[in-house]
Design a binder for this molecule. Structure first.
Ligand code: MRU
Ligand code: ZN
Length: 206
C-alpha cells in the first residue's frame, strides 16, 4: 500500500469515528480531535476548528512526528498532546479526544483521579483480562498552554507503568490504541464506566 493510500484509509477511519462519537453527543460544537499514525511515522490528524461529526476528506491533514504541518493546513490546537502520546508509546497508532458530558462531570466530581475497579468492561482496555483489576485515570487541570499541559502529563506518565487514558478537567479526555477501532473501543468502554461512576456517586451522596 502506498503512503497516499494509507493516508486515505486512515482519514476514512477518523471521519467514521467522528460520526460515531458525534452520534453519541461526545464532541459538541467543534470540540474534540482525532489522529492516526502512518507507517512512516507521520500522522493523519483533524484540522483545527471543524465539527468532528461532519468531517470530510479535506479536514484530515498530515503532520510530521514533531507536529509540523506537511500540507500547509492548520492542525488541531491540541496536536502536541497527540504527538507526545505517539512518542511515548511505540505501539499506539490512533489517538481520540472526545469532550463528553460524562468526562466533564467526572472531572468536577473526582478532581485528581478516577479509580475504576471490579468492572467486567475494564477488559475492553489493553492487556486487562479480569474484572479484578484496579486502574486510575488521572485528571489534570486544564491549561491553554499546550507545552505546559503536555509537560505535566509527561511527568505523570514517567512515573506510571500503564496509563489508559487521561482526563483534562472541565474539558474532555484522551485515550489511544493500536488502531482507530481499538481507540474507539476504549472510548465506548470509558464512557460506560464514567456513566456508572457518576450514577453511583449520585446514589451514594443523596
Ligand atoms: C470548541 S472548544 C474545544 C477546543 O478548544 C479544543 O479543546 C478542542 O478539542 C478542539 O480543538 P481543535 O483545534 O479543533 O482540535
Ligand atoms: Zn479539547
Amino acid at each position: 500500500m502506498t503512503l497516499d493510500d494509507e493516508f486515505s484509509e486512515k482519514a476514512g477511519q477518523l471521519i467514521e469515528a467522528g460520526r460515531f462519537i458525534d452520534s453519541k453527543g461526545w464532541v459538541p460544537a467543534t470540540s474534540g480531535n482525532f489522529s492516526a499514525r502512518l507507517s512512516n511515522g507521520n500522522v493523519a490528524i483533524t484540522v483545527s476548528g471543524k465539527h468532528k461529526g461532519r468531517l470530510s476528506a479535506e479536514d484530515i491533514m498530515l503532520i510530521a512526528p514533531d507536529g509540523t504541518s506537511l500540507d500547509g493546513k492548520k492542525p488541531s490546537a491540541e496536536t502536541l498532546l497527540h504527538t507526545a502520546l505517539y512518542q511515548r508509546f511505540p505501539d499506539t497508532q490512533a489517538v481520540l479526544h472526545p469532550h463528553s458530558l460524562n468526562a466533564t462531570l467526572i472531572s468536577k466530581l473526582f478532581k485528581t483521579e478516577l479509580v475504576l475497579d471490579d468492572y467486567e468492561l475494564l477488559k475492553a482496555l489493553p492487556d486487562i483480562d479480569t474484572h479484578e483489576t484496579r486502574i486510575s485515570i488521572p485528571i489534570f487541570a486544564n491549561d491553554q498552554n499546550m507545552h505546559r499541559l503536555s509537560a505535566t502529563i509527561d511527568a505523570y506518565m514517567d512515573r506510571r507503568e500503564s496509563t489508559y487514558a487521561y482526563i483534562i478537567s472541565g474539558h474532555g479526555y484522551y485515550t489511544w490504541g493500536r488502531s482507530v477501532d481499538d481507540a474507539l473501543r476504549h472510548v465506548e468502554a470509558l464512557e460506560f464506566l464514567f456513566d456508572c461512576e457518576i450514577r453511583l456517586y449520585g446514589a451514594l451522596n443523596r
